[in-house]
Write a protein that binds this ligand. Structure first.
Ligand SMILES: Nc1nc2c(ncn2[C@@H]2O[C@H](COP(=O)(O)OP(=O)(O)OP(=O)(O)O)[C@@H](O)[C@H]2O)c(=O)[nH]1
Ligand SMILES: [Mg+2]
Length: 319
């Protein structure tokens, strides 16, 4: 079997199968994943990570497909990570994502991958974050992450994506809910998609008002923008790309770019150490050690005891 360094080299030369295998390594083996990432850390990151979030069915995948078309024309290499919330309800949606972006799947400059969150509460799992690192290393300069807008997932994306798109649709009710869910605070660009539908003007005014009156998400030097699109009819896509690029310019000039890279790497370290820790913990539980120590200690001290044992084991045998 090829080592991770060879796989990285092949992927750098445009070998999509090698890239696919690297991503599988990130998902399946913490130890090998650590090795892959160590190699990638040699290179200064230079990819633009774009987070696309918003209520289910708002047209995120359709919109991303249009963005891909546009970015391809401008000679970018685009990678898409679609986060699967692992609920039975979303299975259809995942299939939908594949179909909607399928037209680009065989393009040499486009790579699309779905990532199950697999029980990681809400947020991006380790493999998702590590994939961004690998895509960046092998030369994908636009990395788009699609996630449904719920809780923790958005917080993780906000911490590592350079530009965040929040996608909404006409219909006042939904938008009030989006506001409540905190989604309205994280966007750099708010996209009112499906503006071909009835009620678009009303929702646009409402969103405009909400953004102005609450000064939602105003960050140093950037005022969140609002744009109407129809991914279905291709309306507003050029303007959206312009806005994304305007924001990216701001990210680079303000020093936010490097801050986000720092956070991305911190998050990777945190998620991988959690993963390793949890697998050792499970090993202990499978041996029935939980019953043994709970007989000896109270719950708090039993936990301390368990942590100490795991740390000692890690020190003794290494990773
Ligand atoms: N009328 C209209 N329909 C759209 C538009 N964009 C997407 N749709 C439709 O909305 C449905 C959902 O689109 P998706 O792109 O799968 O939405 P999504 O946000 O990725 O959905 P999830 O991944 O399930 O959260 C599909 O039937 C699309 O054809 C639009 O601009 N106008
Ligand atoms: Mg989708």
């Amino acid at each position: 079997m090829e080592g991770s360094r060879e796989l990285l080299r092949s992927a750098l030369n445009g070998d999509k199968r090698a890239l696919g295998r690297l991503l599988t390594i990130l998902e399946s083996s913490p130890k090998k994943a650590g090795e892959v990432i160590t190699y990638t850390l040699d290179k200064e990151p230079d990819a633009h990570v774009i987070g696309v979030t918003g209520i289910p069915g708002s047209g995120k995948s359709t919109l991303i497909s249009k963005l891909i078309t546009q970015y391809k024309e401008d000679n970018h290499k685009i990678a898409v990570i679609a986060i699967d919330p692992t609920s039975p309800l979303s299975r259809g949606a995942l299939l939908g994502d594949r179909i909607r972006m399928q037209e680009h799947a065989t393009d040499p400059s486009v790579f699309i991958r779905s990532v199950p969150t697999r029980g990681v509460k809400g947020g991006l799992s380790f493999s998702g974050v590590a994939m961004i690192e690998v895509f960046d290393y092998v030369g994908y300069d636009k990395v788009i992450v699609e996630s449904i807008g719920v809780g923790q997932t958005d917080i993780d994306i906000m911490n590592i994506a350079h530009t965040i798109l929040v996608v909404t649709t006409p219909g006042l009710g939904d938008d009030i809910q989006a506001l409540k869910a905190g989604i309205m605070e994280i966007g750099d660009i708010y996209v009112l998609n499906k503006s071909d539908k009835e009620g678009a003007e009303k929702t646009y005014s409402y969103l405009e008002f909400a953004l102005e009156s609450y000064e939602l998400g105003v960050k140093r030097g950037w005022t969140p923008k609002l744009i109407k699109t129809s991914a279905l009819f291709g309306w507003g896509i050029d303007q959206l790309v312009d806005l994304i690029e305007e924001h990216y310019k701001y990210v680079l000039e303000s020093g936010l770019y490097n801050e986000k890279i720092g956070r991305r790497r911190m998050l990777m370290l945190k998620l991988l150490s959690e993963k390793i820790f949890m697998s050792l913990l499970e090993e202990y539980f499978n041996k029935g050690i939980d019953r043994d120590i709970l007989r000896k200690y109270d719950l708090y001290n039993a936990s301390i005891h368990l942590i100490r044992e795991i740390v000692e084991k890690l020190i003794k045998y290494g990773g």
